[in-house]
Structure formats: C-alpha cells, structure tokens
Design a protein around this ligand. Structure first.
Ligand code: CDP
Ligand code: CDP
Length: 224
C-alpha cells in the first residue's frame, strides 16, 4: 500500500514555516498540521493552572485536555483546551517565550509525537515544526529546512506584531528569537537540526510567493 504524501517543514523561529506550509497545503489539497501549536497549547494551560513549567508529570497529565481539530477545506488548524478555543491565545508573546521549556520535556514530546504521527496517518499532509523530518516523520517524501538570517526573522516578526497593534522593540525580538533557537537546538530530546536528507531553503531575500513557488517545485520533483 502506498504511504500518504508527507511534506515535513522544519526550521528556526519565524522563518516563515507556518505561512508557507498553509499555502502549499491548500494548493496541493493536503491537510496542514502546525505541531508548534500543540506545545503552545500545553504551555498556555500549564501557565493558566500555575503549574511549574518543569513539572513533567503534572504537565503530562494535562495533555488529555488538549484537542486539535481539522475542518475539511479549512487550512486553519483549531486548537481547544477543555473545549474552549485557544487558536489565537496560544500566539501571545508570554507563551512564545515560555514554550521551549515545556518542549524540552521528553515525555511530553513522546506523547505529542504519537499524536502527530496519528494525524499524518490519516491524510496527505504538510507538517511544520522543529523535529518533523528528523523524528516525527523520518520517512517523509519531502523534507524542507527553512531558514533566514536572524535579522530578517526578527524584522518579519516585528512587522507582524505592528500589524496586530503590538509594539515591541526589534532588538528585544531578536534576542527572544535567538534565545528560543538556542534552547530548541541544544535540548537533549529531538533538538532542532536539519535532517540529512532535507533540502535547505534560505528565504532571507525571498518573499512568501517566491518561497511557495520554490517548495512547490521541490514537491513536484519528489512526488512525480
Ligand atoms: O511559529 P514559531 O516559530 O514562533 O513557533 P512554533 O512553531 O509555534 O513553535 C513554538 C515552540 O514549540 C518552538 O520554539 C519549540 O520550542 C516547540 N516546538 C518543538 O519543540 N517541536 C516542534 N515540532 C514544534 C514546536
Ligand atoms: O512559522 P514560522 O515561525 O517559521 O514563521 P511564520 O509565522 O510563518 O512567519 C513569520 C512572519 O514572516 C509572518 O508574518 C510572515 O508573513 C512573514 N514572512 C515573510 O515576510 N516572508 C517570507 N518569505 C516568509 C514569511
């Protein structure tokens, strides 16, 4: 039996993974799964319940409260905690800056990776995160490692914040991105690294349309 098509997109913070993954998934008619949202949801709930972010057993017990919902024809993945939608709430800067701590807990990763594989077993999929090509879907037909200079990535997040009415300093954003990349790249369990068979795409001087085009080309070459 043929395996579903799996497109794995990994890379550092704010490289454009989710933006591009969503567009590519829509164009190919695949589902899009944002694995970072799962780590964000559990971080949100732990902070809400005032649980220490290193309390692995307490956080593990919370995972059953988290639900990921895909709606046919809707590229947006909806995230629920105890039946309330947190799709937007998990993007808050406080969550962004805390999530790497939770994401370094091995048993949390084991559990979420199992869920991610289960989702990928059901449909052709574009999945983005940090360890998709290396750990979650090691047999993915297409593996992309999306990068951009840290200055460019900070600039992108800065513009995104301005558009949302959030005014943060560019240098603070750059520091936060560097800190998170360092935590994600140096943790013991499935750190952020480029899979040996991943294709690196440096998007520093590319706009979204150009990146989508490039990835579309790579997918078409691999699946034909
Ligand atoms: O979109 P952004 O790059 O800001 O982050 P995200 O993809 O939502 O991921 C948030 C955090 O979750 C990352 O910084 C990692 O700490 C963690 N993560 C992970 O460890 N493994 C994944 N597959 C996805 C996210
Ligand atoms: O998911 P990840 O953290 O890798 O990045 P993202 O949230 O998709 O993208 C971060 C920001 O960069 C968004 O505001 C995108 O619109 C923007 N972006 C861009 O300006 N140029 C690109 N080539 C890719 C993304």
């Amino acid at each position: 039996e043929m395996q579903n098509i799996q497109v794995a997109i990994d890379g550092p913070a704010s490289a454009g993974k989710s933006t591009v993954a969503k567009l590519v998934a829509t164009a190919f008619g695949y589902i899009y799964c944002d694995t970072g949202a799962m780590y964000r949801a559990v971080t949100l709930q732990a902070m809400h319940d005032k649980i220490e972010l290193t309390n692995e057993s307490a956080i593990l017990a919370m995972l059953k409260q988290i639900e990921i919902v895909f709606k046919p024809g809707d590229p947006v993945q909806h995230v629920f905690v105890n039946d309330s939608e947190v799709t937007e709430a998990i993007r808050q800067p406080e969550i962004t800056n805390a999530v790497s701590t939770v994401a370094s807990l091995p048993s949390i990763r084991t559990e979420l990776v199992a869920r991610q594989r289960d989702i990928a077993s059901q449909s052709n999929i574009v999945m983005d995160g940090r360890d998709i090509g290396t750990a979650v879907l090691p047999n993915a037909q297409v593996k992309i490692f999306l990068i951009a200079s840290v200055d460019e990535r900070a600039e992108r997040r800065y513009k995104e914040n301005i558009a949302k009415g959030i005014n943060t300093s560019l240098s603070k954003l750059k520091d936060e991105i560097e800190t998170r990349d360092r935590k994600d790249s140096t943790r013991k369990t499935s750190p952020l690294t480029k899979a040996a068979d991943a294709i690196e795409v440096d998007t520093t001087s590319m706009n979204i349309e150009q990146v989508v085009k490039e990835i579309t080309k790579i997918i078409n070459k691999k699946i034909k």
